[in-house]
Design a protein around this ligand. Structure first.
Ligand code: AMP
Ligand code: ZN
Length: 135
């Protein structure tokens, strides 16, 4: 996609603070980090989100996510790491080029876990069945 900001970063047309690169993927600092050391990992090819991402790409990215998590933890002395991926606008995806967030966490960073809801009686069984239909 010509006007995709992450494609432009992958091609070197827009600057980024790169931390890792190989033939398939690129990792760079998020420009508005939740904490310093927040990294984005992208496939160099343009895929919009997880649904479009071929399994082969995912297989390449998975060990890099782990490698980055370990390096970020050491590099910024993080006490924990969150891995995130926003898919589609209602889930918070702003840049429509598939990307993983690898985010350092600290016990005093004042960020909160997402709030949990409760199921009504038997609702959880129905929901599990609905999902299983598509697997
Ligand atoms: P998402 O909401 O999951 O689509 O996340 C997009 C992320 O991309 C946000 O956290 C932005 O801060 C980050 N971002 C947007 N533009 C740039 C850029 N030019 N360089 C680095 N990070 C960026
Ligand atoms: Zn793109």
């Amino acid at each position: 996609m010509n006007d995709c900001i992450f494609c432009k970063i992958a091609k070197g047309e827009i600057p980024a603070d790169k931390v890792y690169e190989d033939k398939n993927c690129l990792a760079f600092l998020d420009i508005t980090p939740i904490n310093p050391g927040h990294v984005l990992l992208i496939p160099k090819e343009h895929y919009e989100n997880l649904y479009d991402l071929p399994d082969e790409e995912l297989k390449n990215l998975a060990p890099i996510i782990k490698k980055l998590a370990v390096a970020i933890k050491k590099g910024v002395n993080a006490e924990g790491i969150n891995i995130g991926m926003n898919n589609e606008r209602p889930a918070g995806q702003l840049v429509p080029h598939a990307h993983f967030h690898i985010m350092p966490r600290f016990s005093n960073d004042n960020l909160r876990h997402w709030p949990g809801k409760s199921y009504q009686e038997d609702e959880s069984k129905q929901v599990a069945e609905q999902i299983k239909k598509f697997l």
